[in-house]
Design a binder for this molecule. Sequence first.
Ligand SMILES: C[S@@+](CC[C@H](N)C(=O)[O-])C[C@H]1O[C@@H](n2cnc3c(N)ncnc32)[C@H](O)[C@@H]1O
Length: 348
Amino acid sequence: MPTDTIHIPVLLKEAVDALSVRPGGRYIDCTVGAGGHAETILQHSAPGGQLLGIDADPIATALAQNRLAYYGKSALIINDNFVNLSNICSSHDFEPVNGILFDLGISSMQLSESGHGFSFQHGAPLDMRFDPNQKLSAADIVNTCTETELARILFEFGEETYSRQIANLIVRSRPLFTTDQLATLIEKVKPRRERIHPATKTFQALRIAVNEELNHLELALQQTMTLLGHDGMLVVISYHSLEDRIVKNFMRRESTGCLCHPSLPQCACHHQPRLKLVNKQIIAPSLAEEIANPRSRSAKLRVARRISNSDALTNSSRRSHASTSKKIIPAHSANRKRNLFSTTLNLN
Ligand SMILES: C[S@@+](CC[C@H](N)C(=O)[O-])C[C@H]1O[C@@H](n2cnc3c(N)ncnc32)[C@H](O)[C@@H]1O
C-alpha cells in the first residue's frame, strides 16, 4: 500500500490514555478502520483484554481483521453501522464494557484509494457510501434532490455559504456522475479565496447526508449509556464542528443534573447525570502530530466517565450546567500557545 494511504491513528496516546485501558478490560472501538487505535487498546489490555471493533465499510473491517488476527479471540471485528451498537453488543454478549471509542469520519485509505468518491482529488463515481450495500449514494442526492433541498444539505451539513449558487448550478448541469465533474462545477461558482479547495464543504455535506452521519452519531452516543459499566470511559474524536457540537451537547446534557428552565423555582424533570466530564476542555493534537500527520489538524477529543446513580446523587446540582460555560478560543487561533505536546484547548 502506498505510504500516503496508510491511515495514521490520530491522538493515539491521548485516546488510549483517556480510555484508561487496563489489563483484562473490555473495550469497543466503534470506528475500527485500519485497526490503529484497536491494536494499541489490545496491547494495553493484555492479558485478558477484549476488543469489539465495528466498521460500516467492509474493506476496513477486512483490514482490521487482518491486522488484529494475532490477538485471536480477544479481537472481535464486526462489519456493521455503529447505529446498531446495542444490538451488536447484545448479540455477542459484549456488555458491560470499560470503554467506548469513536474516531469519527473517514480514514486515509477511504480518502485516497477506495474509489468510493469521498475526495475531489481523485476522479471516481459519485458514491460516498461507507456501506456498499446501502441504496442511497451521492449521485442519487445530486441528481434527484430539488434545488432547495440541495441548498439545505450543503448549508446544514457543509456550512457552505455558496450553497444556493452551487445547488442552482448542479440542478442546471445534471446529470452528474463523477467527483471531478462536481468539483469542476463548484470551482465555477466559488472563488478560490480560501486555503481549502472550493469543493471541500460540498463534499463533506454530501458524505454526511449519504451516510446520515449526524443522526447515527446522536443515536449511538445514547446507546453507550446502557453499555458502559461503572466508571467506563466514553472517548470521542471528531473532525468538524457539526460532529463536535453533537458530542459536546450530549456530554453536557448527560453530565448535568436538572434540565429544567432556570426560571422554574423547583426541579420538575428529576434528570440524573449519567456522565462526569473528565476534560471540560478539548484535547487537540500537538504541533508535532499536526506536522507528522496533517490529517490530524482538525481533530478534537472529548472524554467523559460513566457514573452510577449514587455518584449522580452526590454530583448532581440543580444548576450544574451553568458551571460548564467557558471562554471560547479558536483551535487555530494565532494566539494559541503551541508546544510539541498535545494541547488542551479552552474550546467549549
Ligand atoms: C477515522 S477512521 C478510523 C480509523 C481508526 N481509528 C484507525 O486507527 O485505523 C473512521 C472509520 O469510521 C467508519 N465509520 C464512519 N461512520 C461509521 C458508522 N456510522 N458506523 C460504523 N463505522 C463508521 C469509517 O468507515 C472509517 O473506517
